[in-house]
Write a protein that binds this ligand. Structure first.
Ligand SMILES: *Cc1c(COP(=O)(O)O)cnc(C)c1O
Length: 395
């Protein structure tokens, strides 16, 4: 068993990870693999990255002691306010990092895939910031149901290309993006939006998001006189906000890591995205991980009320945290999440993204001690979800 939960030299977390890619994609991925750590360790890169996080994104995001929520659940709850970032979630931490890598590799063109449009917006934003061409692939069905984010991307200067094959959703958009990258290996960088995909993406994205737990340690020292919380809670779609929130605590066994998945209408309802409960070893989007699949290996269509958790796999880091027992995995249904989201509105005056509401629902299903310090990563704000809240609660 690994003593470290980080990646090994070949890009594996335990038995998960690696780079299972078509031969025609090899040069692109290899260029990135050979250069990403060198680029990221340049002092000038770090300077530019952190300056943008501070002045453009608005970091550090506050660590807020949620007094009324803490009283209700009789434990000490801090919220890490990723919802206050520019563009409303943690995703921009990663797109800022990757656009800076792309620039240093001399890339003139950015492509991305998006499901609900959140990653597409975060990518279009940094492309506008840098004056670089941006093409976002999005399933035709998603384009129809996520009109405001399509409009945002267009306003930011991106071209949104519909993916018209298959189920016309995220996985088809991903296929189109990969096809584009194969055809444009020299001038194009593919910005992946979570800790998924072939090595080095999971590690690169986790490192960019790790600013979240780096800040947590410093902020908790100021507030509690110690760097380590007892628990960190985060929701998991692909797993990037959780990876960032867990990163600097991975080897500190005294910190409990709680990953929250979407159980949709119930884990065994056939309409779920509870990958750890339902998933089996397999390969998706270039890495070996846990994914929901049929007995003959076909990927199962996932379901969650929250678009950001509606993914049939998890990143290889999370598969390893599950497999090794380092992480505690909890599945939360649509109903539990929606109620927890509304409760945060009433108790703290914060409207959370429905993804983050899944993490909040853990307090209803799991007991903590009164003197436990629990940090919940509030991955995003709920503006994008207003229509779903309106329809659900008949507001
Ligand atoms: C996209 C998104 C998620 C899920 O993605 P991860 O990679 O698992 O973090 C969670 N919360 C919000 C607000 C999102 O936009």
């Amino acid at each position: 068993m690994n003593t470290s939960y980080n990646i090994d030299k070949k890009g594996y977390y335990g038995k998960f990870g690696g780079a299972y890619i078509p031969e025609m994609l090899f040069p692109n991925v290899e260029e990135l693999r050979n250069s990403y750590l060198d680029i990221m360790s340049e002092p000038a890169f770090q300077q530019e990255f952190h300056d943008l996080l501070r002045d453009y994104v608005g970091r550090p995001s506050p660590l807020y002691f949620a007094k009324r929520l803490s009283e209700k659940y009789n434990t000490k709850i801090y919220l890490k306010r990723e919802d206050l970032n520019h563009t409303g979630a943690h995703k921009v931490n990663n797109t800022i990092g990757q656009i800076l890598v792309a620039k240093r590799l001399g890339k003139k063109r950015i492509i991305a895939e998006t499901g609900a449009g959140q990653h597409g917006v975060a990518t279009a934003t940094v492309c506008a910031l840098m004056g670089i061409e941006c093409i976002v692939y999005m399933g035709e069905i998603d384009i129809a149901r996520q009109a405001p984010n399509v409009a945002r991307m267009k306003m930011l200067g991106a071209t949104v290309v519909p993916a018209t094959s298959g189920s016309k959703t995220l996985k088809d958009a991903t296929n189109e993006a990969i096809r584009d990258w194969i055809n444009n290996p020299v001038d194009t960088h593919y910005i992946i939006g979570s800790v998924v995909g072939p090595h080095p993406y999971p590690d690169m994205v986790a490192r960019f998001q790790s600013v979240i737990s780096e800040e947590m340690k410093k902020q908790l020292r100021e507030k509690e006189g110690r760097e380590l919380p007892d628990y960190v809670i985060a929701c998991v779609g692909g797993g990037s906000n959780a990876a960032g929130a867990f990163y600097h605590f991975l080897d500190q066994k005294e910190v409990g890591l709680i990953a929250v998945e979407a159980a949709g209408k119930g884990i065994y309802s056939g309409e779920s995205a509870a990958t750890s409960a339902l998933g089996k070893d397999g390969i998706i989007h270039g890495s070996r991980t846990l994914l929901m699949q049929s007995d003959d290996g076909q990927i199962t269509e996932p379901y969650s009320i929250s678009a950001g958790l509606d993914y049939p796999g998890v990143g290889p880091l999370h598969a390893h945290l599950y497999d090794s027992g380092r992480g505690e995995f909890i599945s939360i249904s649509d109903d539990e999440a929606m109620k927890a989201g509304l409760e945060l509105c009433k108790l703290e005056g914060i409207i959370p993204a429905i993804e983050s509401s899944h993490a909040l629902a853990v307090f209803k299903t799991r007991q903590f001690q009164p003197d436990d310090v629990v940090i919940l990563n509030l991955s995003g704000r709920g503006d994008k979800d207003l229509n779903t809240y309106i329809n659900y609660f008949d507001l």
